[in-house]
Design a protein. Structure first.
Length: 345
């Protein structure tokens, strides 16, 4: 492939999501059109040749297209590329995107909802289904904002097409913040904090529990009136979601004692979920999902024990030992990076 030349033209093609936008090289490179591969396009009907011919005939310079650097596939600008070829151009201006193939598809969908030939409703619906499969942790509003659909439409699509994820406890919103699917345990944690320190500010409790100050205010009002901090409708949903025989792990806040497996894990995970450095990177989101699964497993460990047949118990134990060794190695390496010494903190 020819070595591209670059200029300093800034990226200005619409309000793309911050986490995606920062991985688009803002320089413009001029590369041979033959170096590019067809797009992984959200357009189910393929290219519109008439639109490409109209772009070619207008005579104006074509804006840079966006290309996935690892694969050299077009992300945004399929019709501009066809127009360049119709004009007989050998070179075309591109901006490179550095990210996963899944995020490249999201950028393609988002770009085509912001400018150019609009996506059809069928295109946007199919794109939303694919994004839900690749990013099940994204909220309905987050997917809707990228596909141009209503959040309710995305929610209905999720229920029709996505298998239920019993391990999921959090979703990532369109603002990049990680929020719990249910705030029941966080509300109970806030109630305990209020009881321990009645003078604590709403914001201080919100930061420790992952709730909004408004929700903490509601918890304070409920506890002050002698009510359960969790609203009746939410308690009913919780009762239906978790069988009565499943034990509830009261691990919403870290403790200094020997509280057993998982004690304090939920609060630690909620704290980590607030860090943009983790939730805005692929590896960071993977780590948060791994912790999320661990939290769900801790809540239901008695059910898991009961579900494993006797003839598989030894193998499950061996696999659990291997997982524990992997986590222990990760913990040791992390403590080495942080400069911590000694045992568990």
């Amino acid at each position: 492939m020819s070595t591209p030349t670059s200029t300093s033209t800034p990226l200005n093609e619409g309000p793309l999501h911050e986490a995606v936008d920062r991985r688009v090289d803002q320089r413009v490179h001029r590369i041979p059109v033959d170096d590019l591969l067809p797009a992984d396009s959200p357009r189910t009907g393929g290219e519109d040749l008439g639109h490409a011919q109209a772009l070619a005939a207008c005579g104006d310079p074509l804006p840079p297209i966006v290309v996935h650097r690892p694969t050299m596939r077009v992300i945004d600008g399929t019709h501009r590329l066809r127009a360049a070829r119709l004009r007989g151009q050998r070179l075309i201006d591109v901006r490179f995107f550095d990210g996963s193939s899944e995020d490249a598809f999201v950028l393609a969908v988002e770009s085509n909802t912001l400018h150019g030939l609009p996506l059809t409703l069928a295109d946007r619906t199919a794109a939303a289904a694919r994004i839900l499969a690749a990013h099940p942790q994204w909220s309905d509003r987050a997917v809707a904002s990228r596909t141009g659909l209503a959040a309710a439409t995305v929610g209905a699509l999720r229920r029709r097409t996505a298998p239920p994820d019993e391990a999921a406890t959090h979703r990532i919103g369109q603002d990049g913040r990680v929020r719990p699917l249910s705030t029941a345990e966080s509300r109970r944690a806030a109630a305990r904090l209020i009881a321990e320190d009645p003078g604590a500010s709403l914001r201080a409790i919100a930061e420790r529990t992952g709730l909004s100050p408004g929700t903490v205010r509601d918890v304070r009002r409920r506890t002050g009136d002698g009510e359960d901090p969790v609203p009746p409708r939410q308690r009913e949903a919780e009762r239906k979601a978790v069988p009565e025989q499943a034990p509830r792990v009261s691990a919403a806040l870290p403790t200094s004692g020997d509280g057993g497996p998982g004690q304090g894990l939920e609060a630690l995970v909620r704290n980590l979920c607030q860090d943009p450095a983790l939730r805005l990177s692929d590896a960071g989101r993977l780590l948060l999902r791994m912790f999320d699964v661990q939290v769900a497993g801790t809540r239901r460990r008695q059910q898991i024990l009961a579900a494993v047949p006797a003839h598989r118990a030894a193998m499950v134990a061996a696999a659990a030992d291997q997982c524990a060794a992997v986590w222990r190695d990760l913990a040791i390496r992390m403590r080495s990076r942080s400069g911590a010494e000694g045992g568990d903190t």
